[in-house]
Ligand binder design. Structure first.
Ligand SMILES: Cc1cc2nc3c(=O)[nH]c(=O)nc-3n(C[C@H](O)[C@H](O)[C@H](O)COP(=O)(O)OP(=O)(O)OC[C@H]3O[C@@H](n4cnc5c(N)ncnc54)[C@H](O)[C@@H]3O)c2cc1C
Length: 348
């Protein structure tokens, strides 16, 4: 029997999309190579409403956070697991100028809902110029979410652990045939794996970004908040914190190195007064695009074929909103905003 969807890639993008399919009663299979160091598994999972500037909300941030919270809560209920942790993100100012600029920000109701007034840094934080809080932030335990949802889908025969072979995908009159299973629609959500995807060719203007993260042990640091100044510390329980990340645009590979570790250690020492030691170091590659915006929508050249990629540095907060937007585009004919649409990409 023909299934509704084939999803290639079971990272945050593919899994959030699968959730919306399940909610709508659609049939699907995810094919995922189950690599250990994918961006989604390495991610610290942090989210908040800010983009590049301290006093300006990122594009559609409130809507994206709301979608993330609703989606993660529904998934937690479905899977009987807890992976979303809502908590403030305390940002320590790095200079007087940053503090002054923040003090002079253009306030409005939405901004006030998301960003606190300036305060003294909390205990054990090095914050000579003070700090503020992103009030609606937190982190998603991505490893736990992926493990739990993948197991659940595997038990329902909706998840296959194997590498997708593009040469075996054959177009049919009503959709696609992959290894003798028929599908109406294909959604490509392979993160950096899309570099191998012949259906996408120049449709994805990647400028990839390597990231490294540490897990540290630190006693005495509050575990009810994420703290940030050049680096973030995300409390993951039992005095352990995820510290990250590096942003490396030149030598992009998945190998942790000493340079990245030293950079992060220095930043941690500039953020907290407390002693700590390193438990693990990991590296991964973010699927970042040249204009830093995601890419979703229909691949023009092929019928019933879509892409969900370019989640970049913010897969947690963007993932659910993008998956929902793509779902509504395919199923309900809603328009994809140009900022994230594949249609904005100039092809060769
Ligand atoms: C160090 C680091 C820290 C980060 N921290 C954060 C953070 O704190 N907050 C945040 O929001 N974001 C963070 N990110 C970014 C976030 O991880 C990404 O935006 C997001 O995970 C991308 O998800 P994805 O599903 O598009 O890609 P991926 O995670 O790469 O998933 C793609 C999946 O497709 C599979 N795949 C690829 N090719 C094939 C194939 N041919 N056949 C079968 N399967 C295939 C892969 O195995 C993988 O499972 C971080 C990233 C890194 C590297």
């Amino acid at each position: 029997m023909q299934k509704d969807y084939l999803i290639v890639g079971g990272g945050l993008a593919g899994l959030f999309f699968a959730h919306y399919l399940e909610e709508a009663g659609k049939t699907f299979v995810i094919i995922d190579a189950a690599k250990e160091n994918t961006a989604s598994k390495i991610a610290a999972g942090m989210f908040g409403p800010l983009g590049g500037q301290l006093s300006k909300l990122a594009w559609k941030a409130p809507e994206m956070i709301e979608t993330l919270v609703d989606t993660a809560k529904a998934l937690e209920q479905k899977l009987g697991s807890k992976f979303l942790h809502l908590m403030p993100v305390e940002v320590a100012f790095g200079s007087v100028k940053d503090a002054n600029d923040y003090a002079c920000r253009n306030k409005n109701e939405t901004l006030n809902e998301h960003l606190s007034e300036i305060r003294n840094g909390s205990e054990n934080i090095i914050a000579p110029y003070g700090s503020f809080e992103m009030l609606k932030g937190g982190w998603l335990n991505t490893k736990l979410f992926i493990k739990t949802y993948t197991e659940y889908l595997t038990n329902r025969h909706s998840f296959e652990n194997k590498t997708f072979d593009y040469s075996l995908l054959v177009q049919t009159e009503n959709g696609w045939n992959y290894q003798n299973q028929l599908y109406s629609t294909v959604v490509f959500a392979e993160g950096i794996g899309a570099l191998e995807n012949p259906y996408l060719k120049d449709a994805l203007p990647f400028k990839l970004c390597k990231g490294q993260v540490l897990t540290i042990h630190c006693e005495g640091l509050a575990e009810d908040r994420i703290v940030k100044k050049g680096i973030y510390l995300v409390p993951i329980g039992e005095n352990q914190f995820r510290a990250g990340a590096t942003y490396e645009w030149d030598e992009v590979n998945e190998i942790p190195n000493e340079l990245g570790k030293q950079e992060m250690l220095e930043k941690i020492k500039a953020l907290i007064h407390l002693p700590f030691y390193v438990l693990t170091q990991e590296a991964g590659i973010r699927p970042t695009t040249k204009d830093r915006n995601p890419v979703i929508g229909k691949i023009k050249e092929f019928e019933r074929t879509y892409v969900l990629n370019g989640l970049g540095t913010k897969g947690v907060v963007r993932g659910p909103w993008l998956a929902k937007t793509l779902f509504n585009h395919i199923e309900n004919n809603l328009t994809i905003p140009r900022e994230v649409s594949i249609d904005r990409i100039k092809r060769n």
